[in-house]
Design a protein around this ligand. Structure first.
Ligand code: ASP
Length: 440
């Protein structure tokens, strides 16, 4: 079966498995349209409440999940030399793939300008105050870009945890995890503790997902009721930019990356991980898909040594699909609010998208939440941009499914490239059409 057919099947199965969430979206659109013409303040308040409960529940598990996943991933590598060797190559490859995603998203958003259609929904007063906040932040930062990076090093990690500052948290956890990996067996109690934390937070995530359908319903209904159906006309350009960007990354960048850095054939790799791709699309969670991604890669000849190290860290730190979306979303917001996008600001958005995406957790919705980090860097907070965010939320779930598909695929692409470089691929298995048929 051809790769594009498998991707189409992934779409069908994903929708079938998550029919209740799709039902939530459709019902949300219908109820939202009704409420747009028959305003009811009580129902609107209830919908806002339910949507907020869903968002807060997801936010609640992000820190314990990310912290425990990084600690487990890094301490599971084994000896110190391996950590340095694979670690450097992994960061380089993941960095390259995410940087390309950000550039593709940025260029497409600047050419197609998806945010202009949304501008007339933003009141002039809000736009002016948002523009002023960005101008002030830029003035301060242009004087001292280094301060931005200084802020990434936490002088009090507990304070960063309490404030939910993701970048300093990750910096601290990475250093802590590498130290734990270096101290040997004495790390067992702490590692076991974080294994329990990880298992429990994954369980909580499962429970939160029961709430996904009403949560998405409420968010969609609130958004549609405040804007009406014509929101989809304004948002269609945004969705179009994203889909084109995702397709370029999937069908052009990944195959070229594999050709440049390895002997792996993209079609064979895509066929090997087709099942994981389908589950990624259906669940919109890289973490939930991880066991299957590892199983698919190992079944088709990528060694356990490489896949058990590179894939978990990828599922924790590599979110190129998310980075592409975040870049497009922030440029969309900037265009909608009339913020002037000078080269300094664009470079800052790009760099922050790389960092924000890698601080994201592999759970549904996390990518749109970590956008706050990019906005912080621009001197803004999501609350100031509520009207703009409401647009993005209307199609959040569908974009999440696509970006997670990319996140998981790129984890496998980088893993395959490293396995090739280290002579850790059994090509007889990878290129074996019989094994291919089994998965397809
Ligand atoms: N859902 C994505 C993932 O699990 C993360 C995101 O929200 O962008 O990979």
């Amino acid at each position: 079966m051809k790769v594009h057919m498998q991707i189409l099947i992934a779409l069908g199965l994903g929708i079938k498995r998550n029919w209740h969430i799709f039902f939530g979206i459709i019902a949300g659109i219908i109820v939202g349209i009704y409420l747009h013409s028959h305003a009811n303040i009580v129902i609107s308040n209830i919908l806002t409440f339910v949507g907020q409960v869903f968002i807060r529940l997801i936010q609640m598990v992000v820190i314990p999940l990310v912290v425990s996943a990084i600690i487990i991933g890094i301490t599971s590598i084994g000896d110190n030399k391996q950590l340095g060797k694979f670690g450097t190559k992994m960061v380089l490859y993941y960095g390259i793939i995410t940087t390309i995603a950000v550039i593709i998203g940025g260029v497409l958003a600047l050419i197609i300008k998806p945010g202009l259609g949304a501008a007339h929904y933003i009141t002039e007063h809000t736009a002016v105050s948002v523009q002023a906040a960005v101008a002030t932040a830029m003035e301060q930062q242009q004087g001292n870009v280094l301060n931005l990076f200084l802020g990434f090093i936490p002088n009090n990690p507990l304070h960063s945890f309490a404030a939910g500052d993701m970048v300093p948290i990750i910096v601290f956890v990475l250093i802590f995890a590498i130290a734990l990996a270096k101290v040997g067996d004495v790390n067992r109690p702490i590692v076991s503790f974080f294994e329990s934390v990880f298992a429990a937070t994954m369980k909580i995530t499962d429970w939160i997902m029961f709430f996904a359908a009403p949560g998405v319903f409420a968010l969609t209904a609130s958004a549609v009721s405040s804007f009406g159906i014509d929101i989809f006309m304004s948002i269609s350009k945004y969705l179009g930019v994203l889909l084109v960007g995702f397709a370029i990354q999937m069908f052009v960048v990944y195959p070229l990356f594999l050709r440049f850095f390895s002997k792996v054939s993209a079609a064979m790799l895509f066929s090997a991980i087709a099942e994981a791709m389908m589950v990624a699309f259906g669940t919109a969670s890289s973490s939930a898909t991880l066991p299957l991604t590892i199983a698919c890669c190992e079944k088709r000849g990528i060694s356990h040594r490489i896949s058990s190290f590179v894939l978990p860290l990828g599922a924790t730190l590599n979110f190129d699909g998310t980075a592409l979306l975040q870049t497009v979303a922030v440029i969309f917001l900037a265009q909608a609010y009339g913020i002037v996008l000078n080269p300094f600001l664009l470079i800052q958005i790009g760099l922050l998208a790389i960092i924000a995406s890698s601080t994201c957790a592999g759970i549904p919705g996390a990518g749109l939440i970590t956008i706050a980090l990019i906005l912080n860097g621009m001197g803004l907070s999501p609350e100031q941009l509520v009207a703009g965010f409401a647009f993005l939320f209307t199609i959040e779930r569908i974009t999440d499914m696509f970006r997670t598909l990319l996140n998981v695929t790129s984890d496998a692409v980088v893993t395959a490239a490293i396995a090739d470089n280290e002579n850790e691929i059994n090509y007889d298995l990878l290129n074996n059409p019989a094994a291919y048929e089994e998965i397809a």
